[in-house]
Write a protein that binds this ligand. Structure first.
Ligand code: MV4
Length: 503
């Protein structure tokens, strides 16, 4: 087993990996930019190496600096976390060439699954359903028009080199096809240096459900069930759960088998995720893409399987066989994760960087907080503004929702705007509670709330301001006014006495 591992990442995922290394008695090496001198991952690691200025392109994306730190520290392996260099096949080759183990799949597997057209071909060959469409780049507008006419609109144009929604265009009508194709191709060329674009039939209001797979170097391939990830905005997941509210053993085993077939077809190694679109109409599912890394939302799988995915990654990288077989995997209860971002949900989720002046993390039964910050630390403008991944576990989905509601009420973050109020509202939302989830959930959620607001007596933002001012004047005019909450909410004697003492 490795004695020392370098974590080529920052924030919560670096802290997450350090924790497992500590449990395995493996020493840890952090890397950090100028913006992260005081970051939590640097404080948690056994040693830390400075790798450059704040900008990612000059620090966390600089493979050669990270490899130099690994060599200097004597680390035998590098864990890439997610994002940054985690799916960069060049980096994997450089790491291996330096005699260091990359904790993840081999470079050729990354290459095979990195291109979406190539991944589609592999899935088809493995006998897995893919969304109807082409398996070659579109050669011309006429080519695109013929294929689109055959399968019918709406269609999706996608960049082969893209992923996570980048370089994607929905086309609902032939009259929009030419300009959509041109923009998709030039966007793909500008973003990825590759203008290959292909076409797929668009699945209407799909669910996004993914399967966690795990493989070792001995030819064992298993799946660990699914995660429901339909609640997204700007192609970023914000709430994930395991299992999916669909909770169908048949769908799980069908999708799981397909995912394992793909893993086997590419001789996969380590933790991977196979994404599917699922149609609620007939529960048909289609392979979308594969992510060749540990994902942000892996804790919900850990909570329902009891398996530490990072420990398993480290074991597999060290050459050990998987510590479990498919038949050993049992799913227990239900887990829900909310990604707490330093963003303003009232302003279209605009980033809200700043210092965390106060932090209270929920405790008690069934909660897990994977954070990367502490009270007094800074959320900078340079990186993803995620503060923490907050997850709960319950025996049933209903219990998990009750628990999440309770815990979110305990969560206090001051000094910047966060997505906490948004999650508190979602946990009381009728569609969420019913499990009616698809990729349009967030836009419908905000539409519903706007409709509710205009149903109420207060109609316009100006009227709202006037009402607030009027309420404040009335409150100030009452000499013995109590906080409004004491009249409307039942508070404990403990809270009441604190309120009366003026705290
Ligand atoms: C689709 C689709 C409908 N039909 N492909 C978005 C991210 C990328 N991974 C693929 N995406 C989609 N591909 C076909 N053929 C709808 C989406 C999609 C989506 C998927 C998952 C989660 C949120 C989404 C939001 C908009 C569109």
């Amino acid at each position: 087993m490795f004695k020392k591992i370098l974590i080529a990442n920052r924030g919560e995922i670096a802290c997450r990996v350090i924790r497992t290394c500590r449990e395995m008695d493996i020493a840890t090496v952090a890397v950090y930019s100028d913006a992260d001198c005081d970051a939590l991952h640097v404080r948690m690691a056994d040693e830390a190496y400075h790798i450059g200025p704040p900008s990612s392109s000059e620090s966390y994306l600089r493979g050669e600096k990270i490899i130099a730190a690994a060599k200097q520290s004597g680390a035998e392996a590098i864990h890439p976390g997610y994002g940054f260099l985690s799916e960069n096949a060049h980096f994997v080759r450089d790491v291996e060439a330096a005699g260091i183990t990359f904790i993840g799949p081999p470079a050729n597997v990354m290459d095979a699954m990195g291109g979406k057209i190539s991944a589609r071909k592999i899935a088809i060959e493995a006998g897995v359903p893919v969304v109807p469409g082409t398996t070659e780049p579109l050669k011309s507008f006429d080519d695109a028009r013929t294929v689109a006419a055959e399968m019918g609109y709406p269609v999706m144009l996608k960049a082969s080199a893209g992923g996570g929604g980048k370089g994607m265009r929905l086309v609902t009508d032939e009259s929009d096809l030419r300009s959509a194709l041109e923009t998709a191709q030039s966007e793909a060329l500008a973003s990825f240096g590759d203008d290959a674009v292909y076409i797929e039939k668009a699945v209407v209001r799909p669910r996004h459900i993914e399967i966690q797979v795990f493989s070792d170097t001995h030819g064992n391939h298993v799946h660990l069930g699914e995660r429901e990830c339909s609640i997204q905005r700007r192609h970023q997941k914000v709430i994930e759960e395991a299992p999916s509210p669909i909770d169908s053993a048949e769908l799980r085993s069908d999708m799981g088998e397909c995912a394992v077939q793909i893993a086997r077809a590419v001789n996969y190694v380590g933790a991977g995720t196979i994404e599917f679109l699922v149609s609620d109409v007939d529960r048909s599912f289609y392979f979308l893409e594969m992510n060749t890394r540990l994902q942000v939302e892996h804790p919900v799988t850990e909570l329902v399987t009891g398996i530490d995915l990072v420990r398993e990654q480290v074991n597999v990288a060290a050459g050990a066989p998987l510590s479990f077989a498919q038949d050993d995997i049992r799913l227990h209860g239900h887990a829900i994760e909310c990604r707490i971002y330093a963003e303003d949900p009232g302003a279209n989720f605009m980033p809200s960087p700043g210092r965390i002046s106060r932090l209270r993390i929920p405790q008690g039964p069934g909660v897990r907080d994977d954070g990367g910050v502490y009270q007094g630390s800074e959320v900078s403008i340079y990186y993803d503004p995620m503060i923490s991944k907050f997850a709960v576990h319950g025996r049933s989905r209903a219990e998990a929702i009750d628990r999440m509601r309770r815990a979110l009420a305990e969560y206090e973050i001051e000094g910047l705007k966060t997505t906490l109020p948004f999650f508190r509202d979602v946990m009381r939302d009728e569609d969420f509670i019913a499990g009616r989830l698809d990729t349009g959930f967030i836009s419908r959620f905000f539409e519903r709330r706007e409709a509710q607001a205009s149903d109420a007596t207060i109609q316009s933002p100006v009227a709202q301001d006037i009402a607030i001012i009027a309420a404040a004047l009335l409150y100030a005019s009452r000499s013995e006014a109590k906080p409004a909450t004491s009249a409307t909410r039942k508070l404990s004697p403990w809270v009441m006495s604190a309120r009366e003492n003026g705290s």
